[in-house]
Design a binder for this molecule. Structure first.
Ligand code: 5GP
Length: 183
């Protein structure tokens, strides 16, 4: 059985770029694909980035107790389907979820390793969010509020890494993973 690595960090912080790099380096890491009711962004593929489902379908899954954890934030549902845990039979599982979800996972799996990816600074994060160009001003303001709250929660994580530079951040994460898997 592999380990559970739970990552959180601001949207726009380059978290998915870093995680993609980490996952490419180790074949024993498997990505937990969440379900969400939010619309796909350009380039996102159903079943790879997320399972994109309707609100009704998501609520049906809640009724069926199909989630390890789920949360509603930024006007949408996001949840980790329990069946993603089957991937633990072939290695370790990488979850990219926000802090409420991370703490819920920790309740079920106290040995889960929680890693927070912090932006170099709020100014840099704001710049990156705007640069992405798929987010309205109102969405940006909401996301920045959310990031401030998430940064507060990061104190309860096992590790905090700052994403100044993608390669360095990915290497720091790989070092943590190697250490934790070796324990
Ligand atoms: P985005 O819409 O930018 O892809 O993600 C928004 C937030 O939802 C991110 O902080 C991401 O980590 C979080 N998220 C993605 N999937 C899940 C999930 O399954 N559960 C929870 N609790 N949060 C999730």
């Amino acid at each position: 059985m592999g380990k559970l690595f739970v990552f959180s960090g601001a949207s726009g912080v380059g978290k998915s770029t870093v995680l993609t790099k980490v996952m490419k380096t180790r074949e024993d890491l498997h990505f937990s694909v969440s379900a969400t009711t939010r619309a796909p962004r350009p380039g996102e593929i159903d079943g790879q980035s997320y399972y994109f489902v309707s609100k009704e379908a998501f609520e049906q899954m809640i009724q069926e107790d199909a989630f390890l954890e789920y949360d509603a934030h930024m006007g949408n549902y996001y949840g980790t389907p329990k069946n993603q845990l089957e991937k633990l039979q072939n290695g370790s599982l990488v979850l990219d979820i926000e802090p409420n979800g991370a703490f819920n996972v920790r309740k079920h799996w106290p040995e889960a390793v929680l890693i927070f990816i912090a932006p170099p600074s709020m100014e840099e994060l704001e710049r990156r969010l705007r640069g992405r160009g798929d987010t309205s001003e109102q969405q940006i303001a909401l996301r920045l509020d959310r990031v401030r709250w998430e940064m507060e929660q990061s104190k309860q994580y096992n590790y905090l890494v700052t994403n100044d530079q993608v390669d360095t951040c990915a290497q720091q994460i790989l070092n943590i993973i190697e250490k934790e898997i070796g324990k």
